[in-house]
Design a protein around this ligand. Structure first.
Ligand SMILES: C[S@@+](CC[C@H](N)C(=O)[O-])C[C@H]1O[C@@H](n2cnc3c(N)ncnc32)[C@H](O)[C@@H]1O
Length: 474
């Protein structure tokens, strides 16, 4: 993408940016879900087995515990010192609950189905002991048919990683790892309470390469207090020097009303909207110049990485882990707060609190508490929004073939809104009916374009929504 602030129409940018709009890690977003009875949740899981018994599975497993608090962190996590006796027994109970849930899930969705992807997320998955990790992994391969070439990925915190743990993970079959790097600047690291010197990350990267992990991702965040164009440029350049296969370059999600730890950050040191836009564009420019493919929204990958291949082949997906491969797979969520997405059927989310999750499974109850069964309209709009995020265009003929609707009449008001966005340079409406997102304007304001198709928002939310703070969406 051509970059730099000079490529942006700042008047238009200021009009559309700063609205509180979803990033559409799902459609409908969780705000559009409702409380779900266990009987309905289990019926949806059974339905996925009846509808597509041969459909492969992707599984997300959540370990919510961390030893230390990072002040920016908006993930579902509980801080517990690992070696305290009480923590040890609660972690043991949590692992037992995971094993119970895995066994029950296999019974419902079909244990004969192939497990193609496993993603261990957190919190910090390596908070579990190697023996506990091994037991959960064994339960997954005993309850499902774990593919020989399954993509097994794990989120790792460099500060609590040892070479023994890394070796153990490799032996277990973990092949992809994601390092929470966030930022390399010492001042920023200290302020957000995530101190991990460059040398620490460099040595882990070298160990991962020696052990033969096939893919290495870095999570970075821009928009944190004390970050400047200069510090971000240094972080980007150090990242490029370590050459991870994938990069997630997240905009800092600032929600102090929900995340108490964020209230401890110095808000007088936050970069302003235009500085954050500049940081985002700088990332795009430098990562692309270093040979990375801009996958969309906030992801980059080397050209031969499966994510870049999926982009080229049109099979890219969007879910709670961001941009992913594995289109069409049923996503099963395991653990407290984990989310599942059954293709064409709906979303299911487990109870947030780990102790409640354990209590629920001990009682023999199902841990799902919220979710959404998709309506026909949800499925049509989900497909349009996925096209926008995953290929930066809308292909009306695909939607018409898939759902038997006439795009122009189904989306009359939305097309009017798109004409308005075209006048402002965010999209172009092609003669063949396709809608193309422009670079860089439309990419930077992608969430506004997607909001046009979100029936759970006010009709004019894409230009008049709740004005909060800037977040580049490109
Ligand atoms: C689910 S978290 C768990 C990662 C792991 N526990 C660690 O910290 O290394 C995954 C990623 O979410 C991102 N993240 C967490 N809080 C965020 C926030 N407030 N805004 C943007 N990204 C955030 C971070 O980049 C983090 O690495």
């Amino acid at each position: 993408m051509t970059s730099g602030l000079s490529t942006i129409d700042l008047d238009v940018f200021r009009r559309y940016s700063g609205l509180s709009l979803p990033r559409h890690v799902s459609y409908p977003m969780p705000t559009g879900w409702r409380d779900l009875q266990a009987v309905e949740a289990t019926a949806m899981l059974r339905e996925s087995r009846q509808r597509s018994p041969a459909n492969d599975i992707s599984l997300y497993l959540h370990v919510p515990f961390c030893e230390r608090l990072c002040r920016y962190c908006a993930c579902t996590r509980i801080i517990r010192p690992r070696s305290q006796a009480e923590s040890i027994s609660r972690t043991r109970d949590y692992v037992a609950a995971l094993l119970t849930e895995i066994d029950a899930l296999a019974g419902l969705v079909g244990g004969g189905r192939t497990l193609r992807q496993v993603h261990w997320g957190g919190g910090t998955p390596t908070y579990l002991s190697t023996e506990q990790l091994e037991r959960v992994h064994a339960a997954l391969s005993e309850s499902f048919c774990l593919a020989d070439d399954a993509e097994v990925a794990m989120e790792l915190d460099p500060r609590v990683l040892t070479s023994d743990v890394l070796e153990h993970l490799r032996r277990l079959g973990v092949c992809r790892v994601s390092l929470g790097v966030q930022d390399f600047n010492a001042r920023v690291q200290e302020h957000v309470r995530r101190v991990q010197p460059f040398e620490m990350v460099r040595d882990i990267v070298a160990a991962c390469r020696d052990l033969g992990f096939t893919s290495l991702n870095f999570d970075l965040i821009y928009g944190l207090p004390y970050q400047t164009r200069q510090t971000i440029q240094e972080t980007i350049d150090k990242t490029i020097a370590l050459s991870p296969d994938r990069i997630a370059y997240y905009h800092y999600a600032q929600i102090p009303e929900k995340v108490a730890s964020q209230r401890g950050l110095d808000y007088t040191r936050l970069p302003d909207s235009e500085s954050k836009l500049e940081m985002f564009l700088l990332g795009v420019e430098r990562f692309e110049a270093a040979g990375y493919v801009f996958i969309g929204l906030d992801h980059f990958a080397k050209p031969d990485e499966p994510l870049a291949v999926a982009l080229r082949e049109g099979t890219l997906q969007r879910n709670f882990q961001g941009m992913t491969t594995g289109g069409g797979l049923d996503l099963i969520g395991v653990g407290a707060s984990a989310i599942g997405h059954l293709a064409g059927i709906g979303f299911l989310q487990n109870v947030h609190d780990p102790d409640e999750y354990v209590a629920c499974l001990n009682r023999g109850d199902w841990p799902v508490t919220r979710g959404k069964r998709l309506t026909f309209d949800d499925r049509v709009r989900q497909s349009v929004i996925t096209q926008l995020y995953c290929s930066a265009e809308i292909r009306p003929t695909d939607i018409e073939e898939q759902f038997g609707v006439t795009f122009a009449s189904y989306f009359g008001p939305e097309l009017d809104a798109l004409r308005e966005l075209e006048a402002d340079g965010l999209v172009t409406l092609q003669d063949d009916g396709r809608v193309k997102v422009t670079r860089p304007m439309g990419r930077v304001l992608l969430r506004n374009i997607a909001a046009v198709f979100d029936a759970y928002l006010e009709p004019n939310a894409y230009r008049e929504g709740d004005r909060r703070c800037f977040s580049a969406s490109a």
